[in-house]
Design a protein around this ligand. Structure first.
Ligand SMILES: [Zn+2]
Length: 217
C-alpha cells in the first residue's frame, strides 16, 4: 500500500482475490465525486495545498473521479459525505524549513504515503508523510520556501495521494509496473508533470462504474 522512494515494504497484508465493492458509483452521472478529507497535524503551506488540490483533480480526472479536497478542521460537526477518503497529513506539509522545529527527526526511509488495510480490504483511510516528501524534493530543489517549491510540494502530495486513492477506491493491493501507481516514486518522478495514472490503474477504477464503462473518450 505504500509508495516509497526506495524498495517497497508493501504487501504487509496477504494478497487475496480482488473485489471492487468498496465504492458505490453514482448512477446519475458519469463522474464519481469523492471527498478527500485531509487532516493536517502540523502547520502547512497554503500554496502547497492549492497546488495539491488542483493537481489531484487533474490526476484523477482520467479515471472519471472528481475530487473535492476538504480540510477536516474546517468541517462542521456531523458533516456527511457520499464517498469519502481520509488522509492524515503527517509532519509539515511545506517546503519552509522555518516551519519545522529544530530537532525534528526526519526519517528518509519510510513511506511517502500509505493506505491501511483490514481483513483483506483496503480501507479509505491513509497517511501522507509530508516530511519525507519535503526531504525527497529538497535534494533536487534546495530548501527555499519559494512559491515554485511550495507548488512542487503540492503537486508531489497530489501524486502520492492519487496513488493511495487508487488502492483505496479500487480495493487494489497490487502495484502497476509503470506510472503513478508503481511501487516507488523517485524525487525526479515526484517532480515529473507527465506522470499519470497508467492504463492498468484506470482499468481497475473503471470497475467502480456501472457496467465498468470507461469515462474516457
Ligand atoms: Zn502503493
Amino acid at each position: 500500500m505504500h509508495v516509497t522512494t526506495g524498495f517497497c515494504p508493501c504487501l504487509l497484508i496477504s494478497l487475496s482475490a480482488l473485489t471492487f465493492a468498496a465504492s458505490k458509483p453514482n448512477p446519475l452521472t458519469s463522474s464519481l465525486s469523492v471527498t478527500v478529507l485531509v487532516d493536517f497535524e502540523k502547520p502547512h503551506s497554503e500554496v502547497s495545498l492549492k497546488a495539491m488540490r488542483e493537481s489531484l483533480a487533474a490526476l484523477m480526472a482520467p479515471a472519471g473521479i472528481a475530487t473535492d479536497v476538504a480540510i477536516k478542521s474546517d468541517l462542521p460537526p456531523g458533516a456527511q459525505f457520499a464517498e469519502l477518503v481520509v488522509f492524515k497529513m503527517k509532519g509539515y506539509c511545506t517546503m519552509d524549513a522555518q516551519a519545522v522545529p529544530i530537532g525534528a527527526i526526519l526519517d528518509e526511509r519510510g513511506p511517502l504515503a500509505l493506505a491501511y488495510a483490514s481483513d483483506g480490504e483496503v480501507l479509505h483511510f491513509g497517511e501522507v508523510e509530508c516530511d519525507h516528501i519535503r526531504h525527497s524534493l529538497g535534494r533536487l530543489l534546495g530548501a527555499a520556501a519559494s512559491v515554485k517549491n511550495q507548488t512542487a510540494m503540492g503537486h508531489a502530495m497530489a501524486k502520492v495521494m492519487a496513488h493511495e486513492i487508487y488502492h483505496m477506491l479500487g480495493n487494489a493491493k497490487e502495484h502497476t509496473h509503470k506510472g503513478l501507481t508503481k511501487t516507488s516514486l523517485s524525487a525526479d518522478e515526484l517532480l515529473d508533470g507527465s506522470l499519470k495514472l497508467p492504463d492498468d490503474a484506470l482499468a481497475v477504477l473503471d470497475k467502480l462504474r456501472p457496467n465498468g464503462e470507461s469515462p474516457r473518450p
